[in-house]
Design a protein around this ligand. Sequence first.
Ligand code: ATP
Ligand code: MG
Length: 392
Amino acid sequence: MQNNKEWQAAFSVIEQLEQAGFEAVVVGGAVRDAILNRPAHDVDVATNALPQEVKAVFERTVDIGIQHGTVLVIVPAGPVEVTTYRTDGEYTDHRRPEEVHFVRSLQQDLQRRDFTMNAIAMRRDGSYIDYYDGRKDIEAGVIRAVGEAKVRFAEDALRMLRAVRFSAQLSFTIEELTLQAIQQKAADIAWVAKERIKAELDKLWIGKDVYNGLKKLEESGLIDSLQGDFLAEHWRGFTVQNPVAGWAFFALLQGEQWQEVLRTYRLSNKEMAFVKAVLSAYQAFQNGWTNMDYFTYSLAELETAHFFAQLKQPFDIPQQNICEAKARLPLQQRQELNVNGLDLLQWSGQKKGPWLKDALHKILTAVVNGELANEQSQIKNWFERNYSMMDE
Ligand code: ATP
Ligand code: MG
């Protein structure tokens, strides 16, 4: 695990900081994931060097969050985020601290972290610094707040949703006092920026145990303070790779108001378009997909809608058939059609108008259905034969 590129880059950064007389360790998610044998995406380094000191040690650095003590260090093995040990200042609005204080002690830095499993540091020699028994909790599959849970959630309400998201990602339980504290503080989630909430839900949807996450959302009471309907029961067996597929399923469960509800989570236009397509492919699936459906929707949209239909009522069409049905179509894209609007204008001698779009659509449908070859002269014949139908 630790011999992948990200870890090598982090260790080389630590080595150079140590040579310059500083202390540095890997912290946070990467250490947790290494213990769990899960691949890590970001291997973050924490150090007692101040940001300016970090910048002086390395040739290439980028200020990515210098006011919070984070400098991006670029070494041959890749970029590494290096953050100065810090404590958080006053929390005034249940979200972010007003200011951060740089400190020289790792223990203070670990103390500000949310859960014991996220508060373990690893030295370059592979040994751990684990003041809060995070490894024991990881072994037991428990999410436990560092320090007094109620206080930690009062400081930053997002941590409550992070607990739930981790329960979905790791299939962990939430320790009793930590869970009770969420039950007491759940309403504070309303203070948190919707973008941060969305980012956590994005991770929840692609967790390996989404159902567990949704159960925790219910048990913790957070469910009542979030927009929309999160009833856990619907999510049994739900697993997807792409967060937008999670939003699509969530949308499906919202009924008529799905657009309003999803908008509160600030989905991008692209994400909204995917959700919309999946919902409409799902609708179309109820009567069986036509060639035109296979043509209109992307493979990802079809597979997602198919998975939803499977979840609601298990049946027996493997996903591979979708791919095959799509591949069998006479054409894959609109641009492959061998005629365009100009051809039709020329053949008909008519002016542009709504008829044109309609005629093109009818031709496309006939070609996609295999009733008409995708060939100029044949399409011209077909157009002239059927022309009176469209001529109005
Ligand atoms: P992921 O694998 O999803 O990236 P992560 O644990 O690395 O999970 P990040 O959001 O990348 O989560 O944060 C990195 C580390 O910073 C965490 O492991 C934790 O120690 C600390 N941290 C992050 N967010 C908070 C928070 N809201 N409150 C306290 N500590 C936090
Ligand atoms: Mg991370």
